[in-house]
Write a protein that binds this ligand. Structure first.
Ligand SMILES: [Zn+2]
Length: 568
C-alpha cells in the first residue's frame, strides 16, 4: 500500500514538474524516461497560443512534455517506445458530445448500414449481402443513418426493389423518424394485416393513384413504437456490435463520446456496454446520461435509477453524467407545453439541481425554447445551475437572444451536423435567411457560449466526425447544396476546438482532455491527412492512423498497423 501511494505521489510530482517545464516547452532533466515518444510530427496542441510542436512525450496515461524531436529524444530511455510520425498531423482526440453510441453499438451487429451508399443499387447490394449471411429467421434492418438525397436516384427504394434482394427474410427499413418500410414477411411476423395493426398515428403511404407504396408514414412516436416491435439482439450479438461500432469510432480518431440514451434503448440494453467496461475493452471514454424511460413517472424513475448512482460515478472509461436528453416526455418535441408540462419539468430539473446532476435537453425550435429557458431561469434563482453544466442539444435556429440567455445561465449548447442530411426540408420550413445562420456556430463562439461538436448518430446522422467538421467549414449538404452563410463559418481551428475541448466541457473534463499539453490525458489521433492543409472537400476522407486513449494505442492502421492492439 505504502509503495503504491509513494509511486503515485512520485508520479504526481513528476506530473507537476512536467506541467511547469512543459510551459517552457522543454523536458525536465530529472524526469523519468517517457513510456512513449511521438517524434517528427506536427502536433497541434490547441493550447492558448495555438502552438504546434514536433514531438510529444507520454508517461503512463498523461502527456509529460512537448517540444522538438531533438529535445525530447534526449529524455528517451532504453524502454521508451519511439514512434516516428513521418511529418503527420496529430490532434487532440475528438469527442462527440451528443451521439447515441450505446444504442448504435447494441444494434450494430444485427443491422445493415447504408452510410455513404451513393445509389439505391449500392444500398440494395448491402442488403443482399446481409441477406446471404443472415440466419434464416433473422431480420434485415436498416434503422436510419441515410437519406434519399445521398442516392443518385434521390428517392426512397420501393417495396419491389427491397423484395428483389431479400430471399424470405423479414425486412425493416427506417428513414429518420418519419418513414418505415416493412416487407410482406416482416408484416407477417409482426401480425400487421391492416392499418389498424399499426401504432396510433402511423398509416400506410399511398401514391397519387391511391396505390399503397409499401412505406408506412407517421410522426416520431409512431415509428419509434413500430421499431420497438422488432426482436432485440442477443447479449453476444450486442457485445460484438458494441465492440465493432466503438472500433469504427476509434478509426475516426474519436477518443470520447457523450451519450444521451435514446428511444428504443431499455436499461438492460446497457449490458453489452457494461460487459466491455468490466473487461477493460472500451476503446474510448463513454460518458452517459439517463433518458427518461417512461412518460408520467419521470421523477420516480430517475430517483430509483440514481439512488445509488451519484453524479460522476465511474472511471476514466465509463462515467455517469446525469439525466437527459429526454427529461420529461411532456417537454420532449413539444413546442406548446402546458403549464402542467412545465411544472412537471421543473420538478424533475429542480430535483436534479439539488442532487448536483448534469442535465441535457433535446430541443429543436427557437420559437418554443423560451418555455425551457423560463424553467431554467426559475431554478437558477433557487439553485445556481452554472456549476452543473446543463445543456441544450440541437436548437440549430437559435437566436442570439436565446444564446445569450443560455450564456447567462452557464448552460452549454450541443451542436450537430443534422442539417448535412436535412437542410432541404429545413429551408422549405424556415426559409433561406434562417438557413444562412443555422446553426449559429460563430455567434455562439462570439458570445462565449460553451459549445460541443457532434453528430447525433446513428439514426438521424452518420457518426463520422470528419464529415461533421467538413460540414462546419463549408455548410454543404450530402447532395452538395450550399446552406450556412460565411458569417457562421468558423475557422478550421475553431471547429476543431469545438470538437475537442468544447465537447470535453460537457463531461466536466476540459482540464483533462481536449488539448495536447503537459499534465493532460494522452488522448490523441495521428491523421492520415493534414486537417489544416487538405482541401476542405477532402476533410471528410480523413481517418486516424493511430488513436490513443490515456497513452494506450487503441487503434492503428496504414503504416502503423503493426501497433494495433485491438483483439481481432
Ligand atoms: Zn435529440
Amino acid at each position: 500500500m505504502a509503495t503504491g501511494s509513494n509511486r503515485w505521489r512520485g508520479r504526481l510530482l513528476r506530473g507537476l514538474a512536467a506541467v511547469v517545464f512543459g510551459m517552457l516547452g522543454a523536458a525536465p532533466a530529472w524526469s523519468n524516461p517517457a513510456d512513449i515518444l511521438l517524434v517528427n510530427g506536427k502536433i497541434v496542441t490547441l493550447d492558448a497560443a495555438s502552438s504546434v510542436r514536433e514531438a510529444l512525450a507520454i508517461e503512463a496515461d498523461r502527456i509529460t512534455a512537448t517540444g522538438s524531436s531533438e529535445e525530447l529524444r534526449k529524455s528517451a530511455g532504453p524502454a521508451t517506445r519511439i514512434i516516428d510520425l513521418g511529418g503527420r498531423t496529430v490532434i487532440p482526440g475528438l469527442i462527440d458530445s451528443h451521439i447515441h453510441a450505446i444504442r448504435a453499438g447494441f444494434r450494430y451487429a444485427t443491422e445493415v448500414n447504408w452510410e455513404g451508399a451513393a445509389s439505391i443499387g449500392e444500398a440494395l447490394d448491402r442488403l443482399k449481402s446481409a441477406d446471404t449471411h443472415a440466419k434464416p429467421e433473422a431480420w434485415l434492418i436498416v434503422a436510419g443513418g441515410w437519406t434519399p438525397r445521398q442516392f443518385d436516384e434521390n428517392r426512397r427504394p420501393t417495396e419491389a426493389e427491397i423484395a428483389s434482394v431479400a430471399s424470405g427474410h423479414p425486412v425493416y427499413i427506417q428513414l429518420f423518424y418519419g418513414y418505415a418500410l416493412i416487407n410482406a414477411e416482416g408484416r407477417d411476423r409482426l401480425n400487421i394485416k391492416s392499418e389498424a395493426d399499426l401504432p396510433v398515428a402511423a398509416k400506410f403511404e399511398r401514391d397519387k393513384e391511391d396505390e399503397l407504396t409499401g412505406w408506412i408514414v407517421g410522426g416520431g412516436p409512431a415509428i419509434t413504437s413500430l421499431y420497438s416491435r422488432l426482436p432485440k439482439p442477443q447479449l453476444q450479438e450486442a457485445i460484438e456490435g458494441t465492440r465493432r461500432f466503438l472500433r469504427e469510432l476509434s478509426s475516426f480518431g474519436l477518443t470520447g463520446v457523450i451519450d444521451p440514451g435514446g428511444h428504443n434503448l431499455a436499461p438492460d440494453d446497457y449490458a453489452a456496454l457494461f460487459h466491455l467496461w468490466r473487461a477493460q475493452e472500451l476503446p474510448l471514454r463513454v460518458v452517459y446520461s439517463i433518458f427518461a424511460p417512461r412518460p408520467g413517472t419521470e421523477l420516480e424513475d430517475f430517483q430509483a435509477a440514481t439512488q445509488f448512482l451519484p453524479m460522476g460515478t465511474g472511471d476514466g472509461r465509463l462515467r455517469f453524467n446525469g439525466i437527459g436528453e429526454c427529461v420529461t416526455w411532456g417537454m420532449y418535441n413539444n413546442d406548446t407545453p402546458t403549464d402542467a408540462d412545465k411544472e412537471a419539468f421543473y420538478r424533475v430539473a429542480r430535483w436534479a439541481a439539488d442532487r448536483g446532476l448534469t442535465l441535457t435537453v433535446h430541443w429543436n425550435n427557437e420559437r418554443s425554447v423560451h418555455h425551457l429557458l423560463d424553467v431554467f431561469e426559475r431554478i437558477n434563482r433557487e439553485v445556481p445551475i452554472a456549476p452543473l453544466r446543463w445543456s441544450i442539444a440541437h436548437l440549430s435556429d437559435a437566436s442570439d437572444a436565446s444564446l445569450q440567455r443560455m450564456r447567462a445561465l452557464g448552460v452549454g449548447w450541443l451542436m450537430q451536423d443534422g442539417l448535412y442530411f436535412a437542410a432541404t426540408s429545413y429551408i422549405a420550413e424556415r426559409g433561406e435567411a434562417q438557413m444562412q445562420r443555422s446553426p449559429p456556430i460563430v455567434s455562439a463562439l462570439r458570445l462565449g457560449l460553451p459549445t460541443g461538436g457532434g453528430t447525433d448518430a446513428n439514426r438521424v446522422m452518420i457518426e463520422n466526425p470528419f464529415v461533421s467538421l467538413r460540414w462546419m467549414l463549408d455548410g454543404l449538404t450530402v447532395d452538395g447544396v450550399e446552406t450556412r452563410g460565411a458569417k457562421e463559418i468558423p475557422s478550421r481551428e475553431e471547429a476543431l476546438r469545438i470538437y475537442t475541448q468544447g465537447s470535453a466541457w460537457f463531461a466536466h473534463d476540459e482540464n483533462q482532455r481536449g488539448r495536447l499539453v503537459p499534465g493532460m490525458l494522452a488522448d490523441l489521433a495521428v491523421l492520415s491527412d493534414d486537417y489544416f492543409i487538405a482541401p476542405i472537400s477532402d476533410i471528410a476522407k480523413i481517418k486516424s492512423q493511430i488513436t490513443m486513449v490515456g497513452g494506450q494505442i487503441v487503434y492503428a492502421s496504414g503504416p502503423f498497423s503493426s501497433l494495433d492492439a485491438a483483439p481481432r
